[in-house]
Design a protein around this ligand. Structure first.
Ligand SMILES: Cc1cc2nc3c(=O)[nH]c(=O)nc-3n(C[C@H](O)[C@H](O)[C@H](O)COP(=O)(O)OP(=O)(O)OC[C@H]3O[C@@H](n4cnc5c(N)ncnc54)[C@H](O)[C@@H]3O)c2cc1C
Length: 534
């Protein structure tokens, strides 16, 4: 018997489990389907290149064929280890735009405006640049400037300057718009995942039990009350009980999957699988949103880039030595080292697309290897209007969920991506890149919108930010209320990326950690209120 059971030890779950167990009288069990975060590929930042394309600490899901992507199946990597996706992500520290949170509040989510969430971003943060009005210090999540940036980034910044784009030295500062370097969730040249920040320092707490390789298979219900969780240990099914609450933190795919497996959700997504329908909640698995992204890639003979070649292998060996001694150099790379938040139309109030400039050649999520040096640039739509779903493939909890992001089903997403890809290519063809830019890997006739759209439909895919499949809100499609409690069910909350009502304009790790921080406060406040009432 525990007070709380947290399902999933990722960006949301690690925070909730850690914050709740600050009180020694509170007993928490954290269930994680993946293993402990021991691998060097997690802690050495460059290891992302090995994990991203393979099922190493990674669920490596696929989507159903996407009509908007010429019926291709998309790829959906997700972390499967303590720290979840923050253990395999690109480590970029981005919060999104102030507008995003004010928008959440305007949808009826009281307590989620930018002014409301800022203290939680700051509480989480230890920014090595120090504390100010917008940044925190002393928090568990270390945020650092990149230690060893490749020189090719300067070419990217100069090219953007040549096109009159503003520079920005802090995408989480007063203005998001502009071009500059990303800050990273790293410390001393190592990845700083949610597990590293929130769990590792607290492993000795006697009131925190972390069970790895223990996938939850069902929420145990008594009527409309969550009372525990069933999970799998080897071949056995084990039941554990929570006297206070169960908190789901499996992420945008696993959380709706577990809800459906437990009979909570739309009847037509549950009953056909022979699962007892416990509670009608039409929004479970709906409202899936993700950043649709297009990558362009160029060869380059410039040594300022990184490449897989005889020379490149030598560079890696040297870099390993440097990292061992000084924790600097190529091993600390996030690959996407600089980037931009820009507007596809001059009259927009805030940026609507993002660029990630990558120091190497990149194709198909690094599942395709390209030999030689080069550089790439991602371009993604920040607030897509396409909406998808997460459903069951099977009543077997070990089966992958059925993921349908429904990419580019909304024409406005195609238009934003078309216009932003054009601007990205203009930057990469600015004079600063002359003499550096080699052949393009998949050349496209930039004079033809039709050809560019065809290229987008042939090659675009996620940039790894699925959210919204158990959205927070007060309308009938909302799954959780603004205190993250599941509508109509007692003692069940959700605290992960699935609760975002709309996708924020930026990367989603820091916002999910902020959600975990807020969830912990809500849970503590509920416990205090019940104690007083008793
Ligand atoms: C390749 C990649 C690159 C990214 N790059 C960035 C970036 O640079 N910056 C950024 O801000 N964001 C980035 N993101 C996104 C960001 O990391 C995620 O949005 C965030 O980590 C999501 O947090 P979460 O808590 O919702 O889910 P997760 O962190 O994915 O955590 C879910 C956890 O639940 C576990 N789980 C699943 N099912 C079960 C079950 N049945 N029982 C028990 N446990 C279960 C999973 O194994 C996982 O550990 C990236 C993501 C990926 C995959």
């Amino acid at each position: 018997m525990y007070d709380y059971i947290v399902v999933g030890g990722g960006s949301g779950g690690a925070v909730v489990a850690s914050r709740l167990t600050e009180d020694p009288n509170v007993k928490v069990c954290l269930l994680e389907a993946g293993g402990p975060d021991k691998s060097i590929l997690i802690h050495a930042p460059i290891g992302v290149a090995a994990m991203l394309p393979r099922k190493i600490n990674n669920w490596g899901f696929e989507t159903v064929p996407q009509p908007g992507l010429n019926n291709r199946k998309g790829y959906q990597p997700r972390g499967k280890t303590l720290g979840g996706s923050s253990s395999i992500n690109a480590m970029l520290y981005v919060r999104g735009n102030k507008w995003d949170y004010d928008h959440w509040a305007s949808l009826g989510n009281e307590g989620w405006s930018f002014d409301d969430v800022l203290p939680y971003f700051k509480r989480a943060e230890n920014n090595e640049r120090g504390e100010d009005d917008l940044h925190g210090s002393g928090g568990p999540l270390n945020v650092a400037d990149l230690r060893s940036k490749k020189k090719i980034n300067e070419t990217f910044l100069s090219a953007a300057k040549e096109l009159q784009h503003p520079m920005n030295d802090d995408f989480n500062g007063p203005e998001q718009e502009g071009v500059g370097y990303y800050q990273a969730t790293q410390k001393n040249g190592e990845r700083w995942s949610a597990a590293k920040g929130y769990l590792t320092p607290n492993l000795s707490r006697p009131n925190l039990e972390i069970l790895t390789n223990s996938p939850a298979t069902k929420i145990i219900m008594e009527g409309k009350k969550a009372v525990g969780v069933e999970y799998k240990k080897g071949r056995n099914k084990v039941e554990i009980r929570a006297s206070k609450e169960v908190i789901l933190c499996g992420g945008a795919f696993a959380t709706p999957q577990l809800m459906l497996l437990s009979g909570i959700g739309p009847a037509d997504a549950i009953k056909p699988f022979g699962i007892e329908h416990v509670h009608e909640l039409p929004g479970v698995g709906e409202n899936l949103q993700d950043h649709i992204d297009y990558v362009t890639t160029y060869k380059s003979s410039s040594p300022d880039t990184f490449g897989i070649s005889l020379g490149g292998t030598g560079e890696i060996f040297k870099a390993v030595g440097e990292w061992r001694k000084k924790r600097t150099g190529l091993i600390t790379t996030t690959f996407a080292e600089s980037g931009a938040f820009l507007k596809s139309k001059a009259d927009l109030d805030i940026p609507d697309y993002q660029l990630h400039f990558v120091i190497s050649m990149l194709e198909d999520h690094a599942r395709k290897t390209n030999f030689g040096n080069g550089f790439s640039c991602h371009c993604c739509v920040l607030r897509p209007k396409s909406r998808g779903t997460v459903r069951l493939n099977s009543a077997d909890p070990s089966a992958d969920p059925k993921i349908d992001p429904n990419f580019l089903s909304h024409d406005d997403d195609v238009e934003v991506l078309l216009n932003s890809v054009k601007e990205m290519e203009r930057i990469l063809h600015a004079p600063a890149f002359d003499g550096i830019r080699g052949d393009q890997l998949n050349p496209v006739n930039m004079d033809s919108d039709e050809d560019i759209i065809a290229a987008i439909r042939n090659r675009a895919d996620t940039v790894y930010h699925p959210v919204g499949s158990c959205k927070m809100g007060i309308d009938h499609m909302a799954v959780v209320d603004p205190e993250l409690k599941v509508h109509g069910i007692e003692n069940l909350r959700i605290a992960d990326a699935s609760v975002m009502p709309t996708l924020i304009g930026g990367n989603t790790n820091a916002p999910t950690i902020m959600i975990g921080e807020k969830a912990a406060d809500f849970i503590r406040a509920s416990a205090t209120a019940s104690e007083k009432a008793a």
